[in-house]
Design a binder for this molecule. Structure first.
Ligand SMILES: NC(=O)C1=CN([C@@H]2O[C@H](COP(=O)(O)OP(=O)(O)OC[C@H]3O[C@@H](n4cnc5c(N)ncnc54)[C@H](O)[C@@H]3O)[C@@H](O)[C@H]2O)C=CC1
Ligand SMILES: O=C([O-])CC(=O)C(=O)O
Length: 343
C-alpha cells in the first residue's frame, strides 16, 4: 500500500524543485554536496551537469569522461553559481573524480540505435559500469550511486557484484535510475487529463525496458480518467517512450534532454534525503525483496543513508498483477545476466 505521503506531497514537488533552483546565495543551506557525473561530456552528461550546476545544493560538480572535459568544465565554471567545477578525463582519472563524492551519477556508455534493444548495449556498457562501481566502493564507499547507463535492468546487478568484489557494497546506496519512466508517465497522463503534469503522481514499478516498466494506473493521483483501452494505450507509450525517441533521432542516439531532467530530479531527491529532509518518494531500481526479482523499482523514501523506506509494491488491480508477473520473469533473467558477467 502506498503511503499517504507519496500521494499528498505530489503537488508540492514542483514548488520544492523550483525553490531549490531559485534560492539566492543568502538562502544557502549548510549541507551541500560534491556530485560526480561519469560520462559528463555525453548527450545526457552535458545537460545533466548544467542542471546540477543550477542546483544550489551542489557546491562541487565533478566532471569525468573518457574524452577531455576541460573546455566543457571551463564553460560551466563561468555560470554565476556558488559551485566549483572540477574536470577529469581518461581511465586513470576516474578514481580522482569519484574520490570523496557524495553522489556519483553514472551515465557513461553507449546509447542505442534504431533496431537495437537496450540489452544489445550490455557487452559494451557492463565493463564501464563495473569499473566505476568498483572505484566507488574503494574510494567513495558512502556515496549514493545512480546508474543511468543501459541496460539498467542488468547493469545494476553488475554494479552490485563489482562493489562486493571491491570490498564494500551497501544496497541502500545503489540505484538504477528509472525516473524517466515516471516523468513520461506524469507527462502523458497530464496531457491526457488536461492537467499540469507536475500535479500527477503515479508509481512506475519494475525495471527500465519494455514490459518490465509497469505504471500503476490504479494508484494514479488524481485518479486517472479513462477506460481500459485508453490506459492500455498510455501504458504502451510509457513502455516504448525510449523507442519513440530513438526512432525520431534516427541514429543520433537516444533520449538525452528528458533523461538529464529526470536524472537531475533524482539527484535532487538524493540530496534532500542526505540532508534529512526527504521529498516525496521516488521510484528507483534497487535491491529488493518486494518480488522474486533481486532488483526491482518501487517507491522509496530517501534519507541520509540512502533508502530510508522501501514502500514496496503498491496495491495492484488484476491487469497490473498480470503485468507484474511478466516484468518479474524478465527482471530475474536480467539480474542473473549481470551476476554471471561478474563471476
Ligand atoms: N536510465 C535511463 O532512463 C536512460 C539511460 N540512457 C543510457 O545512458 C547512456 C548514455 O547515453 P548518452 O549520454 O546519450 O550517450 P553518449 O554516447 O552521448 O555519451 C556517453 C558518454 O560516456 C562516455 N564514456 C564512455 N565510456 C566511458 C568510460 N569508461 N568512462 C567515462 N566516460 C565514458 C563517452 O565518452 C560519452 O561522452 C546510454 O547507455 C543510454 O542507453 C539513456 C536514456 C535514458
Ligand atoms: O531507449 C533508450 O535506449 C534510452 C532509454 O532508456 C529511454 O529513453 O528510456
Amino acid at each position: 500500500m502506498l503511503g499517504k505521503q507519496f500521494q499528498s506531497s505530489a503537488i508540492s514537488q514542483c514548488r520544492v524543485c523550483w525553490r531549490l533552483y531559485q534560492a539566492t546565495p543568502g538562502q544557502m543551506q549548510t549541507r551541500q554536496f560534491r556530485v560526480a557525473v561519469i560520462g559528463a561530456v555525453g548527450g545526457i552528461g552535458q545537460p545533466l551537469s548544467l542542471l546540477l550546476m543550477a542546483n544550489k545544493l551542489v557546491t562541487e560538480l565533478v566532471l569525468h569522461d573518457l574524452t577531455a572535459t576541460k573546455g566543457f568544465g571551463q564553460d560551466l565554471s563561468h555560470i554565476d553559481r556558488a559551485c566549483q567545477v572540477k574536470s577529469f578525463f581518461g581511465e586513470d582519472q576516474m578514481k580522482s573524480a569519484i574520490k570523496g563524492s557524495d553522489i556519483v551519477m553514472i551515465t557513461a556508455g553507449m546509447p542505442r540505435k534504431p533496431g537495437q534493444t537496450r540489452d544489445f548495449l550490455f557487452d559494451t556498457n557492463a565493463p564501464i559500469v563495473a569499473k566505476a562501481a568498483g572505484l566507488v566502493s574503494q574510494h567513495a564507499a558512502h556515496a549514493m550511486v545512480g546508474i543511468i547507463t543501459n541496460p539498467v535492468n542488468a547493469v545494476v546487478a553488475v554494479a552490485a557484484e563489482a562493489m562486493k568484489k571491491a570490498g564494500y557494497y551497501d544496497p541502500d546506496r545503489l540505484f538504477g535510475v528509472t525516473t524517466l519512466d515516471v516523468v513520461r508517465a506524469e507527462k502523458f497522463i497530464g496531457d491526457h487529463m488536461s492537467i499540469h503534469p507536475g500535479k500527477v503522481r503515479i508509481p512506475v514499478i519494475g525495471g527500465h525496458a519494455g514490459t518490465t516498466i509497469v505504471p500503476i494506473f490504479s494508484q494514479c493521483q488524481p485518479p486517472f480518467e479513462g477506460d481500459e483501452k485508453c490506459i492500455a494505450s498510455i501504458v504502451k507509450r510509457i513502455q516504448t517512450g525510449g523507442d519513440e525517441v530513438v526512432k525520431a533521432k534516427a541514429g543520433q542516439g537516444s533520449a538525452t534532454l528528458s533523461m538529464a531532467y529526470a536524472a537531475a530530479r533524482f539527484t535532487n531527491a538524493l540530496m534532500l534525503g542526505l540532508k534529512g529532509e526527504p521529498g516525496p518518494p521516488e521510484c528507483a531500481y534497487v535491491q529488493s525483496d518486494a518480488t522474486e526479482a533481486p532488483f526491482f523499482s518501487t517507491p522509496l523514501t530517501l534519507g541520509p543513508k540512502g533508502i530510508e523506506e522501501n514502500h514496496g509494491l503498491p496495491e495492484l488491480d488484476e491487469c497490473e498483477k498480470e503485468q507484474l508477473k511478466v516484468a518479474v520473469d524478465a527482471l530475474k533473467k536480467s539480474a542473473a545476466k549481470g551476476v554471471k558477467f561478474m563471476e
